[in-house]
Design a protein around this ligand. Structure first.
Ligand code: 13P
Length: 265
């Protein structure tokens, strides 16, 4: 049984001072909180090192929002996996819809980045999801299958155990995003599980699939109750620490209840 994965992507928000204040308070709150929750935060690049200094002696995992696939070279403005590893980054978020939309990130590029992340022992958190138009044309399954098959083209099965997938329908993300029905999320996660098994075999049964897109304190538990939802990837509702704490407390209660039910059955 996997831990429940709960994380936040800060996008291009929070100064270093804000990042440090937030992380210090989150660390204190999460100490001895629950061993069944894997918590991760993904700050912007300039805050990575100061945040790492705070979380290094805690169970909170640290992620970066992007990286290049080469170790080094004449790639002005890019970030090397080696440099991220050097400052203690553990997770690499890849293929976020905003990177696909504004920075032409393709599944072919993601494939190279996933390979590079695995080579350096960084955990790829791969974001996939359909656009509103694709959903309306009932193309969700085809789009997700193409994304996964392209990104996973030559990933070794033992490497696949390191992957986390985040299903983030593009129409559900950010301001103006539509809140997805849990029933729809359950259906898509079921389909993703089948696809992962088709592509990766046995390992596909255990790759965690997180859900992200307008998750908040009202819908977090209904999403977590869906079959094959292994965790939540949260933007806006986690940037305010009180709101994130509220979600974490609910998740803790949910986990404890689930454990009790399992031990009785
Ligand atoms: P929101 O939760 O703000 O919709 O953003 C989700 C997200 O982009 C996580 O990567």
């Amino acid at each position: 049984m996997h831990k429940i994965l709960i994380g936040t992507n800060w996008k291009m928000y929070k100064s270093i001072a804000e990042a440090k204040e937030y992380t210090t308070a989150l660390k204190a709150f999460f100490e001895n909180f629950s061993t069944d929750i894997e918590l991760f935060i993904i700050p912007s690049f300039t805050s990575l090192h100061p945040v790492q200094e705070i979380v290094k002696d805690s169970t909170i995992l640290l992620g970066a929002q992007n990286m290049h696939w080469q170790d080094e070279g004449a790639y002005t403005g890019e970030i090397s996996p080696v440099h991220l590893k050097e400052i203690g980054v553990q997770i690499i978020e890849l293929g976020h819809s905003e990177r696909r939309e504004y920075f032409n990130e393709t599944d072919e590029i993601l494939y190279k980045k996933v390979k590079a992340a695995l080579k350096h022992g960084l955990k790829p958190l791969i974001c996939i999801g359909e656009t509103r138009e694709e959903k309306e044309l009932f193309l969700t399954k085809e789009v997700l299958a193409t994304q996964l098959k392209t990104i996973f083209q030559k990933i070794e099965v033992h490497d696949a155990q390191q992957l986390w997938i985040a299903y983030e329908p593009r129409w559900a993300i950010g301001e103006g995003g539509k809140v997805a029905e849990p029933k729809y999320i359950e259906e898509v996660h079921e389909c993703l599980r089948d696809l992962l098994i088709e592509i990766l075999g046995e390992v596909g049964k255990t790759v965690p699939i997180l859900f992200g897109g307008s998750v908040n304190s009202k819908n977090a538990i209904p999403y977590l109750k869906c079959k094959h939802v292994s965790g939540l990837f949260i933007g806006r509702a986690a940037w305010d620490l009180d709101s994130f704490k509220d979600i974490l407390l609910q998740v803790k209660k949910f986990v404890e209840h689930r454990k009790k039910v399992r031990s009785c059955s």
